[in-house]
Write a protein that binds this ligand. Sequence first.
Ligand code: PRX
Length: 643
Amino acid sequence: MAEERTYPPSPEFVKHAHVKGMEGYRALYKRAEEHPGEFWSELADKELFWFEKWSKPFEWNPPFVKWFVGGKTNVSYNCIDRHLTTARKNKVAILWEGEPGDQRMISYQELHRLVSRFANVLKSRGLKAGDRAIIYMPMIPELPVAMLACTRLGIIHSVVFGGFSAEALKARIQDLEAQVVITADGGWRRGKEVRLKPAVDDALADCPTVLDVIVYRRTGGAVEMKPGRDRWWHDLDEKTAETCDAEPMDSEAPLYVLYTSGTTGKPKGIVHSSGGYLLQAHMTMKWVFDLHEEDTYWCTADIGWVTGHSYIVYGPLSVGATTVMYEGAPDCPQPDRFWRLIEKYRVSIFYTSPTAIRAFVRQGDQWPNAHDLSSLRLLGSVGEPINPAAWEWYHKTIGKERCPIVDTWWQTETGAIMISPLPGAVPTKPGSATLPLPGVLPDVVDLNGKPVELNHEGFLIIRRPWPSMLRTIWRDPKRYEEQYWKRIPGNYLTGDAARCDSDGYFCILGRVDDVMNVSGHRLSTMELESALVRHPAVAEAAVVGKPHEITGQSVACFVTLKQGNWDHEQLAQDLRQWVAHEIGAFAKPEQIRFTDALPKTRSGKIMRRLLREIVTSNTVAGDVTTLEDLSVVTRLAAQTEEE
Ligand code: PRX
């Protein structure tokens, strides 16, 4: 997919960059490779605040790692308190705009006050280090405030994306055995109120561990409050003190759990640590985003996903940046909302997804061209492979051929960016995430773990543990080991296919497992299939990703039905709604095809590979909602498929 054309950084950019030129990059990379303990120790010492120093840089007992063993730190302290004794104390930390146009500029001092107050609220409810909080909120400043307040006390938080349904929320609350849910009445999206509290009420019917619900008033919509369980944020906040000491936490104490889709029906609770996670989120802000004091930085992700955790909240605040947050949709009230925001706030670093970029391409150049984008100096992309055509458009139309583009490859599990150009050092190639960051040792191998030849496709692995690596899967260390470390023993299996060229550049090709990537959101085929078969009409379901011009992939379902007289049109509609109810509206299938049989191996495994071919090449034609006879394909396939 990658082009051969390269774009070196301009001499002007190199002059001011944190890492200057390829020599700068190579020197860093070499030191990290040869002396990882010293390399990361020096950075941890210089870049972060510690209550107590560690006794050992790291301890690797595969597949479990510890970083900064015995060290004590606090992520909230690092993100806020330490800036208060510097010129940053009155700098804007969070620059927020709501969808209706309301604005808030929260300085580091103000953030300290808000976070301390809310930490006191949590304390007053009896919550303490090691307890678990679910945060289910719209994109408003109180979301990072809640995260940082938890962090301040060592409460493990799990943010659940506001687009998830009550069912999905319930599964996460139950798995985490959370004691508190922090939510809001709702948020604004495309001019409409997206209500959140009713989903919490539905979810909590089955969650006995939750004793407290704290509700922030954002929209003013009607909300039912359950006496004894539900309390308004503002009522509690009114009565608390303005300061709250940050708890010294072990470097390895879990900071948060973020659920992501795996290859089974059950989402995985990815556990991130405190010290190692923060250090790598912090360093990548400097290396990849080349963050300087005067930058205004905007990552357009939702905080419900890992990108928002590392690159709206923890990374930017730890380096003392101004981080922009926007509540609503990119096309509200018109398709130029993002360009309007960049112009208005003089954003200098802009980080978004290929899906968003492809949607902008389709809307037309008149929208960005109507705005002054001259404040931009660096552009980023994340979440899915970016095709060279979208890359070139981003470069020309948004970056005016001045701004380097960092195509950043990473995952919920890696915690921080792993493969990406350093903008003042590495020449970029459209469609390639380029080179690994210092301390990251990736390789492309075959199923036996043998490196494949240059320019050949293989499995992307990482050979060594890194500080922001996931520590385990919440209460499931066995799944952690099997999922990531068993296949190629001693190496981390990413689940992605990749290719490496003669310059050592990595081109990421997409998932090789049953995980889909729709608009940069991870979805598991198994999770969708289990949702579909819970519907009373459905006998069996198979789900595959279908290539999609804008969203990268879309959800395509093959469904066999139970006996009955079904109206297929109507049922297809119902099943879409059903998926929205079970998982969330963002997971709604684009295509539902009813079939008599699903192609299976002799041992009864559904052959998704075949279905993928069908949706990609459309070899089975016909109306999407009419019944297809796949039994021929099934019989043929079963004869040829090796089990
Ligand atoms: O397939 C890769 C794709 O997104 C997956 C990780 O998804 P998630 O954990 O939700 O995290 C997304 C944000 C970090 C990866 O396994 N992916 C992510 N970034 C890129 C990418 N694929 C190609 N190029 C990228 N830059």
